[in-house]
Design a protein around this ligand. Structure first.
Ligand code: C5P
Length: 223
């Protein structure tokens, strides 16, 4: 295969936010657009990979040539990811909700002029950590994202270890609208060090990341 090629590889990608139901008509969500994850899926397909994209609710079209599985909640995302394994490379770009409502109501909640409804929250499964720590069937290379507003690289190093992944793509989401925006400034954090890229369009971050990862997979195979 040509340099930078992912021909013959299965690449699994998560993208977008998750929606966590409160009742049948309401949910908890976040500002993720899915632009970065979807751009990575398109770039991996362009590099020749078979790509499975597990996407939360987004307004983007399914990328051409990518098998896209649509989910809403974190638990559905985890189930779809596990069903899509094995993979040579997994990239977890979704902004998964940290919490869900403990007992989502099965009927629409009514405001009855009385007490405010309490929302008790429970922690969602960590999809990245679950997959990266699998004793069997762990993807050959696992990439996480870390969106932070301060101490971006320090927090990314902690996350790399805690989640058990091979690379963290850290980005500063403080200030200028990265979430929902078209550009991204990223730092590639591994146990070996940090590589900082200039601010680039999300499509360009995606194609550079795919080329970088194709090289890593080739090197791992050779070494
Ligand atoms: O802990 P934090 O949410 O900052 O970690 C971000 C990374 O972990 C991202 O790669 C995200 O896709 C992944 N993640 C996940 N499942 C969660 C929370 C985060 O896969 N429940």
């Amino acid at each position: 295969p040509a340099a930078g090629s992912l021909a013959g590889k299965h690449v699994l990608i998560t993208s977008g936010p998750t929606h966590e139901p409160i009742d049948p008509v309401r949910y908890i969500a976040n500002r993720s657009s899915g632009k970065q994850g979807h751009a990575i899926a398109a770039a991996a397909a362009a590099a020749g990979a078979r790509v499975t994209l597990v996407s939360g609710p987004v307004t983007l079209p399914d990328p051409a040539g990518v098998e896209t599985i649509h989910v809403e909640s974190a638990r559905q995302m985890l189930a779809a990811v596990e069903a899509a394994l094995p993979a040579d490379l997994a990239i977890f770009a979704a902004a998964v909700a940290d919490w869900r409502v403990a007992d989502a109501a099965s009927e629409k909640m009514k405001k009855d002029g009385g007490a405010l409804p309490p929302l008790s929250l429970v922690e969602n499964p960590d999809i990245l950590a679950t997959v990266a720590h699998r004793p069997n069937g762990r993807p050959g290379f696992v990439v996480g994202f870390a969106a932070e507003t301060q101490h971006v690289i320090d927090y990314a190093r902690v996350k790399l270890a805690k989640k058990g992944c091979d690379l963290i793509v850290a980005n500063d989401v403080g200030g200028t609208g990265v979430m929902g925006g078209d550009a991204n400034t990223v730092h590639l954090v591994t146990v070996d060090g940090v590589e900082t890229w200039p601010t680039l369009p999300k499509e360009e971050v995606a194609s550079r990341l795919v080329a970088h990862l194709a090289q890593k997979l080739a090197a791992a195979k050779a070494g």
